[in-house]
Design a protein around this ligand. Structure first.
Ligand code: AVI
Length: 322
């Protein structure tokens, strides 16, 4: 069984339960406890993220959509039509769907870790765009970008919007871009289309990640319920509070869950005591300067970088080729 698992391709692999449990356990036992942000996205977490995107304080989704709308022709001209559109972390697929009329992709390949949510989204999209072949892939693409053979290798465009690259640290982001470049070099010349959030006033960032209605708080706290199901922990979300703020020296928004009082979390085979005020680090969301983006893409081996921004320079969309 172990050998069979090793020769399976990434899209055929579901991480074994023990691997997930080991990762979560290591994070909880670390001196500075941490849980990976990929565990936000259970079915409820994916819906809460959709709700975040509707919030007045959460400007990235709206700002990015406006850039795509305002510069649609220019962006399409830079990319060219008929690409194999590989949508990384597709979620509800809405962002890519807005590009269909101008990009006219030859194939749409949405990839997401949240299998059920993805399946539902693509079912709706197939009815709306019956002429575009779609091939959804449920996988954790942060572990590898090897795609099924049925996905065309020609002129792949890796679409990674929403500043999701900012959820990696600098080393991981560079490694991920290099992996994309490597995957693109195998086929006919392709490129990447990224959405990246730019450095701005701390007030704007603090509000975007700690909104008045508490939707981001619910999104963060829901992680504990997901971990309860995955690791069998006995977290009670009511014992924790959401903390989200911009850390200017590190150029990133940080999200944490903070214990409201002294408590002990138990799971099968382990436990961890938390003092009141102690935190579990759940997410970093890095913000970029335009020069950072150029440097990062150059270091990863990409060229012909084009960038489009909104008037306030809050967000950037960029295209680059291998
Ligand atoms: C998915 N990712 C780019 C979002 C972000 O802004 O870092 C996730 C998020 N976390 C809190 N609000 C939104």
């Amino acid at each position: 069984a172990q050998l069979a698992r090793l020769i399976r391709r990434p899209w055929q692999q579901t991480p074994e339960d023990w691997e997930i449990r080991a990762e979560l356990e290591a994070g909880l036992m670390a001196q500075d406890a941490a849980i990976s942000p990929k565990y936000f996205y259970d079915p409820l977490g994916s819906k809460l993220f959709e709700a975040i995107c509707e919030l007045p304080e959460y400007y990235p989704t709206r700002t990015e959509a406006a850039i795509f709308e305002q510069h649609a022709d220019d962006i399409a001209a830079a990319i060219g039509t008929g690409v194999t559109l590989v949508d990384l972390g597709a979620g509800n697929c809405a962002k890519a769907a807005r590009l269909f009329p101008t990009l006219k992709p030859r194939q749409y390949v949405p990839i997401d870790i949240s299998a059920e949510f993805l399946r539902e989204a693509v079912a709706g999209l197939r009815q709306q765009f019956p002429d575009i072949p779609m091939h959804e892939v449920a996988m954790d693409f942060s572990a590898g970008l090897e795609l099924p053979a049925t996905v065309s290798r020609d002129r792949r465009l890796f679409f990674y919007p929403g500043s999701s690259l900012g959820n990696f640290d600098a080393q991981q982001a560079l490694a991920f871009l290099r992996r994309m470049r490597h995957a693109l070099q195998i086929g006919e010349a392709g490129g990447v289309l990224l959405g990246l959030d730019l450095v701005k006033d701390a007030d704007v960032l603090d509000a975007a990640y700690d909104d008045e209605l508490g939707v981001t708080a619910a999104f963060n706290l829901n992680l504990l319920n997901h971990v309860n199901r995955l690791l069998g922990t006995d977290f009670n979300a009511r014992d924790w509070q959401h903390v989200g703020f911009y850390n200017a020296p590190r150029q990133r928004v940080e999200m944490h869950l903070e214990a409201r009082h002294d408590l002990i979390v138990h799971w099968d085979g382990g436990h961890r005591a938390f003092l009141r005020g102690e935190r579990i680090h759940t997410e970093n969301s890095h913000k970029f300067r335009q020069q950072d983006i150029h440097d990062l893409l150059e270091q990863a081996g990409f060229g012909e970088v084009r960038m489009w921004c909104d008037a306030q320079r809050w967000f950037a969309v960029c295209h680059a080729r291998v």
